[in-house]
Each structure stands twice: as C-alpha cells, then as structure tokens.
Design a protein around this ligand. Structure first.
Ligand SMILES: N[C@@H](CCC(=O)N[C@@H](CS)C(=O)NCC(=O)O)C(=O)O
Length: 204
C-alpha cells in the first residue's frame, strides 16, 4: 500500500498517525498537489491528499475513509467503536476537527493564493477564523478535564484533535489557544510524546 501526501497536510498526518497506531506498514509518497505537472488527478480526480493506493491498484480517499479502512486492517488498538452512537460520537469528533482544518486551509489559501495583493477577502478569512475559534472552544469543552476525548481509551477522536493542534501550531501560531485552553495544551503535549505523533511532524 502507498499513501500519497505531503508532510504539511493535517489530513495526511491524521492518516499516517492512524496507520502507525495500527502498526500497519504503508509506504509514504510525497506529492506536490499544487504542481501543475502532478499526475495525482489520474488517481484522484479531486487532486487532493491523502490518497491511498492499495496493493491491487485500487484507490481510496479521503482521510476519513482511509482512517476507517485502516482500523479494519489490524486488531491492534481499535480507533473507532464498531457501531451505534459510540461510533457516531467518535466520527463527530473527527467531523468537528476536519471542519476546523478545512476552515484553516481555506483561510490560508485566501491569504496566500496567487500573486500578493490579489483579491483577498478579509470577510472570508474572518468567517473561517470564526469557525476555527468556535471549533477550538467546542473541542476544549468536549475534552473538559478528561484523559481522552471519547471514552476511557485512545481513539480516532484523539488523533483528530491532535491533528488540529499540530496544524494550528504549524500554520497559525498567532492563535493563542494554549493559553485559553491549558488542558487542551497539556493534552496535545501528551499526544506529542506518542511515537506516531513524533514520527509525523509538520515541516519546520
Ligand atoms: N476532506 C479531505 C480534505 C483533504 C484536503 O483538503 N487536502 C488538501 C491538502 S491539506 C489538498 O490536497 N488540497 C489540494 C486542493 O485543494 O487542490 C480529507 O479529509 O482528506
């Protein structure tokens, strides 16, 4: 299996952490999705990462599908409850975190896309920043003073939250969420000590 992605993408990081936690070997192939010569559209018409290529040539995306698939591949450390409200609750954590990341990526694109000074919409950026801040508040409230985001063991919810924290530190260091949410900050510090997080840093 081959996971196509970039170390800068939080969605890619989420899937890499999941594979590492599940102790599943997957080759990592770095792809620049912004390069007009990229051949990724021949595999994924959306030209987005992560994209997973299976040994039989089958292709899978997006990160939510890949993570759910990864969880079925080994009995090690279940990341997603098998059914019902428990499964929906963990997937809702993931949806919340992915939503924050979507907003962060959109805000960054709006700031940086194309030549300097070209058609920036502050309203659009602020709309996305509101989603980031609202999402962070909701994440911090959901975590409360608990050890894990959902239930009493590590799950996909924790990977998703860790992916948000790591990406915001990487691309939005000006958002001072650690001061506002100290338990979330120490939670991320704890996650960062896991080999799966250590092995998948965003670039410096
Ligand atoms: N919902 C997707 C989002 C993936 C995504 O937005 N990836 C970004 C990199 S962070 C990308 O490939 N962007 C390229 C593009 O939008 O053309 C997932 O969860 O995998």
């Amino acid at each position: 299996m081959k996971l196509i992605g970039t170390p800068a993408s939080p969605f890619v990081r989420k899937t890499r952490i999941a594979f590492l936690e599940k102790k599943i070997d997957v080759a990592f192939e770095v792809e620049d999705v912004w390069n007009p010569e990229s051949t990724l559209p021949t595999l994924n018409p959306l030209c987005k990462v992560p994209t997973l290529v299976m040994d039989d040539g089958g292709v899978m995306f997006d990160s939510r599908v890949i993570v759910e698939y990864a969880d079925t591949l080994s009995p090690v450390g279940h990341l997603i409850p098998s059914s019902g409200k428990e499964k929906a609750a963990v997937k809702t954590w993931e949806a919340l975190c992915d939503g924050v990341l979507d907003a962060a990526v959109l805000a960054r694109m709006e700031r940086n896309w194309g030549p300097r000074g070209q058609n920036r919409s502050e309203d659009w950026i602020n709309r996305q920043l509101d989603k980031i801040n609202g999402g962070l508040k909701s994440i911090a409230e959901g975590l409360g003073q608990n050890t894990w985001c959902y239930g009493n063991q590590f799950s996909l919810a924790d990977i998703a939250v860790g992916s948000v924290c790591g990406y915001l530190l990487f691309r939005f260091p000006e958002i001072r969420w650690q001061e506002e949410y100290p338990h979330l900050a120490s939670f991320y510090e704890k996650l960062s000590k896991r080999p799966s997080f250590k092995e998948t840093p965003h670039p410096v």
